[in-house]
Ligand binder design. Sequence first.
Ligand code: HEC
Length: 104
Amino acid sequence: MKKQTMKLQYALLLIPFFVLLSQNTLAANPAHGKDLHDANCQSCHASLMGGDPDKIYTRSNRRVSSINGLKNQVTRCKTSVGVAWPDDQVQDVVEYLNTRFYKM
Ligand code: HEC
């Protein structure tokens, strides 16, 4: 087989992976993230922040300052709640929190 043809075949093989990757980020659904968040994450933050759960995201000394940091913190808190969210649901919650509070 010609070298050129082989290169093309490798390139074609990679396309499905890129499609999958981009779907994963594009498909983040903040409305679904809000539902997941409000059902699982509010009460603990509310008791930490004197009754207003949103304050943990808006306090002046908030911890999170990057998308990656936000994802890490959601993953950490998710583990402490004990919910088994797959990566796309974590992504939905990250998208919701970023759209509503962090705006990074
Ligand atoms: C058992 C208590 C508890 C629950 C439940 C909880 N958290 Fe948290 N969360 C914390 C604490 C404590 C902090 C503050 C950590 C710090 O200041 O270092 C925090 C901080 C955060 C922050 C960072 C806020 C900042 O400072 O920028 C995010 C984001 C977050 N939580 C997301 C979530 C999500 C999403 C859920 C639901 C899956 C959740 N948390 C559930 C205890 C909890």
